[in-house]
Design a protein around this ligand. Structure first.
Ligand code: ARG
Length: 460
């Protein structure tokens, strides 16, 4: 192991197995850009405050830019096994500018440094995730628009319930994603709190200009309590929670598309590019992407639970347990980004089978509620209407016919006041349009909802 940044107090070397156990560089190397950007802001501020000389600062700034380029290269020679990314950057700096590089850490601790880097990383991740959510929302709106005259059974308990527009179904996911987006946006104000200046835990004796660092790094505020700033990871938890909810939404959509693409439903065909085959059954086309999104939702929930559990017993302030925040966070970012990206692309290539959907709408008494509503217009109480239509459904079921296939005389046998106009109430598209209430599936409302979605997306 390379030389320690804390070696002075130690007589013996570190156990080799502990070095590996302790090191976070294999995963926190991912924070290199944030670490260097934060270091550069700290460096400029140290010079402005007269803590280091301008000339020293410019040498360090130049070296830090070089280090950034070096670390960006994927094929860099194996790095010395430094403890973490902060140590690696500092050591590389010392290699370049000599002992001067050690001045960079003035008034700073890895404790506030790692809090800063992680906050910057989460902030950048949120921006990317929000953009990807926007892309997926566009894909949903496009699907809804393209299939504006497609009707599909709406389900409860996975039993056919009432007809809805396919577009209404997709706009439901649009709404979920809008809230997901809002959750990330809302959490931003708690992410953009600048912790540098907190140092190890108590603040520092140096006259740092914390506001300047915050401004340079695009943070809104500086942290108000040094102990809090180095010891909480609630902003990571919020990210994991928001991501868990988002993944839950993607998982439910995945589940529906998996079901709808079965032969039993036959509502959709998935694009070949997002499916795979079987090594033994030549006829198979499996919805792997959607299954993986559904499956990976579990690991994101797991990361949320893991970090909750890690944090719950920690005394103030920093504890090494908190190093465990990173792998789950990084894995969540990767999972969420890939899921959104791939699902948006899959959505653009899905084809819907209008016949199969409308055939499903025509079977299973989906218009029974409307028949009950019809009776209510004839002065029957809804409870009684429900009872009468229930008996009509039972009798139709026994005879293997649908409600609209009953003759007027047969209907009158159940309720004398039923007239010829009843048949207009049993047409699925009329059932849809009759739900002409804010938030309902009526065609004109769905068109308004689509226009509003388009406008909202443009306004972003
Ligand atoms: N690698 C550490 C982490 O991710 C950085 C902070 C280490 N601080 C310390 N005092 N050992 O949490």
């Amino acid at each position: 192991m390379a030389e320690k940044v804390w070696g002075g107090r130690f007589k013996e070397g570190t156990d080799e197995a502990l070095e590996r156990f302790n090191a976070s560089l294999p995963f926190d190397r991912r924070l290199y850009a944030q670490d260097i950007e934060g270091s550069r802001a700290h460096c400029r501020m140290l010079a402005k405050q007269g803590i280091i000389r301008e000339e020293e600062a410019s040498r360090m700034m130049e070296a830090l830019s070089e280090i950034l380029i070096e670390l960006e290269k994927k094929d860099t020679a194996p790095e010395l096994p430094y403890e973490d990314i902060h140590t690696l950057v500092e050591r590389k700096l010392v290699e370049k500018v000599g002992p001067l590089g050690e001045k960079l850490h003035t008034g700073r601790s890895r404790n506030d440094q790692v809090a800063l880097d992680t906050r910057m990383y989460v902030r950048d991740a949120i921006k990317r995730v929000i953009a990807l959510i926007g892309d997926m929302q566009s894909a949903l709106v496009e699907l809804a628009e393209k299939h504006i005259d497609f009707i599909v059974p709406g389900y409860t308990h996975l039993q056919r319930a009432q007809p809805v527009l396919l577009g209404h179904h997709f706009l439901a996911y649009y709404e979920m994603l809008s809230r997901d987006r809002a959750r990330y946006e809302e959490s931003m104000k708690r992410v953009r709190i600048m912790p540098l200046g907190s140092a190890a835990l108590a603040g520092t004796t140096f006259k740092l200009d914390r506001q300047m660092v915050a401004r340079e790094l695009g943070f809104e505020t500086v942290s108000a309590n040094s102990m809090d700033a180095v010891s909480d990871r609630d902003f990571v938890l919020e990210f994991l929670f928001g991501s868990s909810v988002l993944m839950m939404h993607l998982s439910r959509l995945s589940e529906e598309l998996i079901l709808w693409s079965t032969m039993e439903f036959g509502f959709v065909s998935l694009p070949d590019a997002f499916c795979t085959g079987s090594s033994i059954m030549p006829q198979k086309k499996n919805p792997d992407l959607l299954e993986l999104v559904r499956g990976k939702t579990g690991r994101v929930y797991g990361h949320l639970m893991a970090l909750f559990t890690t944090m719950k017993g920690l005394p103030l302030t920093y504890n090494k347990d908190m190093q465990e925040d990173k792998e789950g966070l990084f894995d969540t970012v990767d999972t969420v980004e890939q899921s959104l990206l791939l699902m948006s692309r899959l959505l653009s290539g899905v084809s819907f089978h209008k016949e199969a959907m409308s055939n499903a709408v025509d079977h299973g008494y989906l218009v029974a509620t409307d028949l009950a509503d019809y009776l209510v217009t004839k002065g029957v109480t809804f409870r009684q209407a429900h009872e009468v239509v229930g008996r009509m459904v039972l009798s139709a079921l026994e005879r293997g016919v649908e409600l609209h296939e009953l003759t007027l005389d047969e209907m009158k046998g159940f309720w004398q006041d039923i007239e010829e106009d009843v048949y207009a109430w049993l047409d699925p598209i009329a059932c849809i349009d009759r739900r002409n209430i804010m938030g309902g599936t009526g065609r004109s409302l769905v068109k308004v909802a689509l226009a509003k979605a388009r406008e909202d997306m443009k306004a972003r």
